[in-house]
Write a protein that binds this ligand. Structure first.
Ligand SMILES: NC(=O)c1ccc[n+]([C@@H]2O[C@H](COP(=O)([O-])OP(=O)(O)OC[C@H]3O[C@@H](n4cnc5c(N)ncnc54)[C@H](OP(=O)(O)O)[C@@H]3O)[C@@H](O)[C@H]2O)c1
Length: 249
């Protein structure tokens, strides 16, 4: 289902909502964080590097937006104990969770399967697929405590149509689509809505790594697309369950 990239954010429309965003320190994750904070949500910014998270925090607060919470966690090495600790911390501080946005991902490498670096394969599958599985598993109890919760997996076109040389990234995005569909069916009768979203191309480091020779000046910025996520966490996401969403350019 195609949805518009632009959404008119209304001040305080997400006031009181607590939403966790992974990879929130830069790229699309930071743009999403800023727009959610603009809508009044308290964003739990999860990222692997505290220094980078602190810089992102300053950018949010200096813009006069709702103050976020920082949560450093390396999704490649995170253990079940660390996910349990995250659940305990969110439970203690907020008692529930309204939104979970699985945004963090790595490209891995652009390589034929025949030559694909095995270590990088495992890292990519861990960050792009296994970490979202564990994060979701540990946060479902808190999502269940919200009146109307949303889980959004940021996917990509390579997760819907296989393309040569996209290796572990393409495999992980295909798998996340299947995982999200399974989850949406399991949670069908609950208050938790689960969907995937292909945001389309954006000028970020991931895109630059995938297309180093591209003249990217005409590509949209992440901030051109992030307001749509506010809509999905709010009114536009009310009746969406188990959908493969695509942002229009
Ligand atoms: N850009 C596009 O054109 C495009 C198109 C379709 C889909 N997408 C999807 O959009 C999402 C965001 O991508 P982006 O373009 O914003 O990429 P990006 O600029 O490269 O950002 C990736 C984010 O993931 C985080 N991350 C990577 N490894 C991590 C780890 N081990 N633990 C915690 N965080 C980790 C990065 O943190 P560090 O700063 O610490 O590395 C960064 O915040 C991804 O799911 C991507 O697949 C992007």
């Amino acid at each position: 289902m195609n949805i518009s990239s632009s959404y008119e954010i209304v001040a305080d429309e997400l006031k009181g909502k607590v939403i966790l965003v992974t990879g929130a320190n830069r790229g699309f994750g930071l743009a999403i964080t800023k727009d959610l904070a603009k809508a009044g949500a308290t964003v739990i910014m999860l990222g692997r590097d505290l220094g980078s998270l602190e810089n992102a925090y300053d950018a949010v607060v200096d813009a006069g937006l709702e103050e976020p919470i920082l949560y450093p966690l390396d999704l490649e090495g995170a253990t079940p104990e660390q996910y349990q600790e995250l659940q305990d911390n969110v439970e203690r501080q907020f008692g529930h969770l309204d939104g979970l946005i699985h945004n963090a991902a790595i490209l891995g490498t652009m390589m034929p399967i025949e030559q694909y670096d095995i270590k990088l394969w495992y890292s990519t599958i861990q960050i792009n697929l296994s970490a979202p599985f564990m994060l979701t598993q540990f946060l479902i109890p808190l999502l269940n405590k919200a009146d109307d919760a949303r889980v959004l997996f940021i996917s990509a076109e390579q997760g819907r149509e296989a393309k040569a040389y996209w290796g572990a990234y393409g495999a992980s995005k295909h798998a996340i689509e299947g995982f999200a569909k399974t989850l949406s069916e399991e949670l069908e009768k609950t208050n938790i809505k689960v969907n995937t979203l292909d945001p389309g191309k954006m000028q970020t480091e991931l895109r630059r790594a995938a297309y180093p020779a591209e003249n990217a000046s005409g590509n949209p910025q992440a901030s051109d697309k992030s307001s749509a996520i506010v809509g999905l966490m709010g009114v536009n996401g009310e009746s969406l369950q188990g959908q493969q969403l695509t942002l229009e350019d």
